[in-house]
Design a protein around this ligand. Structure first.
Ligand SMILES: Cc1cc2nc3c(=O)[nH]c(=O)nc-3n(C[C@H](O)[C@H](O)[C@H](O)COP(=O)(O)OP(=O)(O)OC[C@H]3O[C@@H](n4cnc5c(N)ncnc54)[C@H](O)[C@@H]3O)c2cc1C
Length: 411
């Protein structure tokens, strides 16, 4: 699987030479507005005889990304630093039913770095484990994206829902998420089983369709073009690329090789996906749950017994990382992520993922990532990490800006 969250960006002489070459190519093309000849150029034999009028030139194709505005990255533009702990299990999320003390207990937790993306789909699978739910009193524990989507789908199926939670938005991990629809870092490949793989794909497909119906300002969901940059040709894995189980969700998929794009890496993979703004989305979701009669009680549970003593007959455990302590799941670990949020910049309307860097332009700020620190529980932003995220993203966007201007990069 392409893991875009682990490796840092390092400048090297080879890259600088490539950049110079690209810069010269762009400068040569500047008169044509950053374009390249189509690959279907005519062979020698078809060229006109000397003295005859030349045929019209082959149409020009712009370099991919030639019209993008580069992001400005500067410490003075940082509006906040945030940290969240991804609830990660190497074998993947838990979607399981238990029948205990005359109650139905459905677990729905441990979605790692893809909980926003998978939310509606996992909620649907959780409901299926408890069916029928129409007319049933249900308790949902947890007020993050998993609990709220579970509560809302239950209501839409005719259940009466009460939400119990220690924290509500904006105090949840779900509020920290970047909001890119692409369920990465949800499981470890060495632990992938057929059964989990099926759940994962079913959840992802359903969620992707469901989010499409929510596009618009009310839910804070929109389509955006994503570019994945790399110096090696991007491969295909179990999940992504041609033949991957989520390839149908990579809308408008295309790979661009050296000389075909403006980015300061050798290769660029492009596809369109959804960007979900957690603060808007979770707020609307919570309001809809309440408008539909959902009651909310702020409460922390410390033992499974307390959970089973709830008056509701069917209980959904959507406590995210909290399930580790509450239900003794030691496989569940935090994967810490620190993000730097910049002042919103009008005109930036694309995502970039490049090695350890990523950029998602939201209306509440431009999200710059990031880190992926297994087993780290520290919720305080780290100043050195902040500097590293800003520096490496700045290098990337300055190199992009130089390519777009057709001048040598300052790096
Ligand atoms: C930096 C970062 C970037 C991310 N980016 C993305 C992204 O771009 N796309 C994506 O799809 N995902 C992303 N994620 C992952 C996503 O945020 C998580 O998978 C998701 O938020 C998990 O949702 P949740 O509802 O299970 O957990 P949470 O949001 O943590 O909610 C858990 C809820 O349970 C409650 N709770 C816990 N324990 C108890 C208890 N004992 N008693 C009562 N209540 C309890 C909490 O108060 C909370 O309300 C990112 C995560 C991080 C940290």
């Amino acid at each position: 699987m392409m893991n875009h969250l682990t490796s840092a960006v390092v400048e090297n002489p080879a890259m600088m030479n490539r950049r110079k070459a690209l810069t010269l190519a762009l400068a040569a093309l500047a008169g044509a507005g950053g374009c390249r000849r189509r690959e279907s150029e005519k062979p020698e034999s078809e060229k006109p005889e000397p003295g005859l009028l030349p045929e019209p030139a082959a149409p020009l194709e712009p370099l991919e990304g030639a019209r993008l505005a580069p992001l400005k990255v500067d410490p003075s533009l940082v509006i906040r630093s945030v940290v969240g702990l991804r609830p990660f299990r190497p074998s993947g999320f838990v979607l399981r039913r238990e029948d205990l003390d005359g109650k139905i207990l459905v677990h729905n937790y441990g979605h790692g770095g893809g909980g926003i993306s998978l939310s509606w789909g996992c909620a649907r699978l959780a409901l299926q484990l408890a069916e029928p739910v129409a007319g049933v009193d249900c308790a949902v524990i947890g007020g993050g994206v998993i609990g709220l989507t579970t509560a809302r789908l239950l209501q839409l199926q005719g259940a009466r829902v009460k939400l119990y939670t220690r924290e509500l938005p904006p105090q949840t991990t779900s509020n920290i998420a970047g909001g890119h629809w692409w369920p990465v870092s949800v499981f470890h490949h060495s632990r992938l089983t057929g059964e989990f793989g099926e759940q994962f794909v079913e959840a992802a497909e359903f969620a992707f369709r469901y989010f499409q119906r929510l596009v618009g300002a009310r839910w804070g969901v929109r389509w955006v073009t994503s570019y994945y940059l790399s110096d090696q040709p991007p491969g295909s894995g179990w999940m992504e690329g041609p033949g991957g189980v989520l390839h149908p969700q990579q809308i408008g998929f295309r790979d661009f090789g050296p000389g075909e794009h403006v980015f300061p890496r050798e290769h660029a993979r492009k596809f369109h996906t959804l960007l979900i703004e957690p603060s808007i989305f979770l707020d609307t979701l919570l309001r809809d749950v309440q408008l539909a009669g959902g009651r909310v009680e702020v409460r922390e549970f410390t033992t499974p017994q307390e959970v089973l003593e709830l008056p509701e007959a069917t209980i959904f455990n959507c406590t995210g990382l909290g399930a580790r302590k509450l239900f003794g799941d030691e496989e569940l670990i935090p994967v810490r992520g620190q993000l730097e949020i910049l002042l919103p910049q009008p005109g930036i309307d694309y995502n970039i993922v490049s090695g350890g860097n990523y950029m998602f332009p939201r209306s509440d700020g431009v999200v710059l990532g990031g880190t992926f620190e297994r087993g780290n529980w520290d919720l305080e932003p780290d100043p050195a990490t902040r500097d590293r995220i800003l520096r490496s993203n700045r290098e990337l966007f300055e190199a992009l800006a130089a390519n777009l201007r057709g001048t040598p990069s300052p790096a």
